[in-house]
Design a protein around this ligand. Structure first.
Ligand SMILES: NC(=O)c1ccc[n+]([C@@H]2O[C@H](COP(=O)([O-])OP(=O)(O)OC[C@H]3O[C@@H](n4cnc5c(N)ncnc54)[C@H](OP(=O)(O)O)[C@@H]3O)[C@@H](O)[C@H]2O)c1
Length: 326
């Protein structure tokens, strides 16, 4: 089968299309003919050699796929060859065929195209897991989402507006994306390059701070995030684009009864991911079915344009997801 291969870790130019053996599904797994996938920021980090796949997962890049079930592994029931499915994969998405666990499959709603479905799992499940299952965002609370123009964060804004319409959503964005984030429904957008989000949060919340922060900047934002968090607030850290080490004032954290939660989706066990997927399928997939939300696709590339697709993500000019068509 055709797949995107890496000669050596490095910039986008290390990516090339090559031929590899088609994988076979093991017990509890299915083989999927991949019709669409998408670029996630983690793919860039893996390509650079800093995010190896969990043991047992494919070395090929790509964390999610949409396509048709092509073969069932031993012990799989409830799925048939030809079913339209979307799913998380630990790796292997940038290829004509990928192996996934049957317990992680989500039927693609009739109203959804493969291209959209290939942009659902990594971004929306990450947003759902961390904002709702771990972050426990409720109506009446205020949430701060960083980088509202990215894949995960456009998904997070969609989910907040759809699932907790009475929550207030504050989003940080670079100047060129502020208007589009506001159009997504954010209640306040802070241009993080020219404004101090701590001050803006303070004014907006009448000095109370926000109940939840979804953060992928890490060290560079830790102090400011803690200042922006309300008493009893939760800070969920899902990325480290701004560094991995920072100081935390534990006394202030204790006195304000705040929680700092670290979370990664990819390295979770098969059964943990199955439980998350099951909750997501029940709560979020009907929103896609009814077209109340749909993935925001910045641009779709063919697989043989993978270098351009990675360069586009690294330029940071995208708004929403970068889709890949097989
Ligand atoms: N832990 C997990 O399980 C998990 C799963 C999926 C993704 N992630 C992480 O989530 C992050 C986003 O992934 P993605 O695929 O959605 O990437 P993406 O589409 O490239 O989005 C990244 C966003 O970060 C924003 N950003 C960069 N610097 C910023 C800053 N200083 N302040 C605020 N925003 C800033 C960018 O906004 P501007 O363009 O406006 O600057 C961009 O919208 C990555 O760090 C990724 O590793 C974690």
């Amino acid at each position: 089968m055709k797949a995107v291969l890496i000669n050596a870790f490095g910039g986008a130019d290390v990516l090339r299309i090559g031929e590899v053996e088609t994988p076979s599904p093991g017990p509890g797994q299915v083989l999927i003919e991949v019709i669409a996938t998408s670029v996630n920021y983690a793919d860039i980090v893996q390509r650079e050699g800093n995010y190896p796949p969990p043991k047992g997962d494919s070395e090929i890049l790509g964390l999610e796929v949409a396509g048709r079930v092509s073969a069932l592994g031993p012990g799989v029931s409830g799925w048939s060859v030809g079913d339209r499915v979307m799913t998380l994969v630990g790796g292997g998405g940038y290829a004509e065929y990928a192996v996934a666990y049957a317990d992680h499959l989500i039927p693609i709603p009739q109203s959804m195209k493969f291209e959209e479905a290939g942009c659902v799992c990594e971004a929306y499940i990450t947003a759902y897991l961390n904002t709702f299952m771990l972050g426990a965002l409720k109506d009446g609370e205020t949430v701060l989402l960083h980088g509202g123009g990215g894949g995960v964060n456009t998904a997070a804004v969609h989910l907040c507006k759809a699932l907790v319409p009475d929550a207030k959503v504050i989003v940080t964005a670079s100047p060129g994306k502020v208007e589009r984030v506001a159009e997504l429904g954010a209640d306040l957008v802070v241009d993080y390059k020219n404004r101090d989000f701590v001050e803006e949060v303070k004014v907006y919340t009448d000095n109370k701070g926000v109940a939840l922060i979804l953060d992928h900047i890490g060290a560079a934002y830790l102090a400011s995030n803690m200042k922006s968090l309300a008493i009893g607030g939760r800070l969920v850290i899902i990325g480290v684009m701004g560094g991995i080490k920072a100081e935390l004032n534990l006394v202030q954290m204790m006195v304000k009864r705040q929680q700092v939660i670290g979370s990664v989706l990819r390295s979770r066990s098969v059964s943990e991911k199955a439980a998350i997927v099951s909750s997501f399928t029940e709560v979020v997939v009907p929103l896609f079915e009814r077209r109340e939300i749909r993935p925001l696709i910045h641009k779709t590339y063919n697989l043989n344009e993978i270098v351009n697709a990675h360069e586009a993500m690294e330029s940071g000019t995208h708004f929403g997801k970068i889709a890949l068509r097989l």
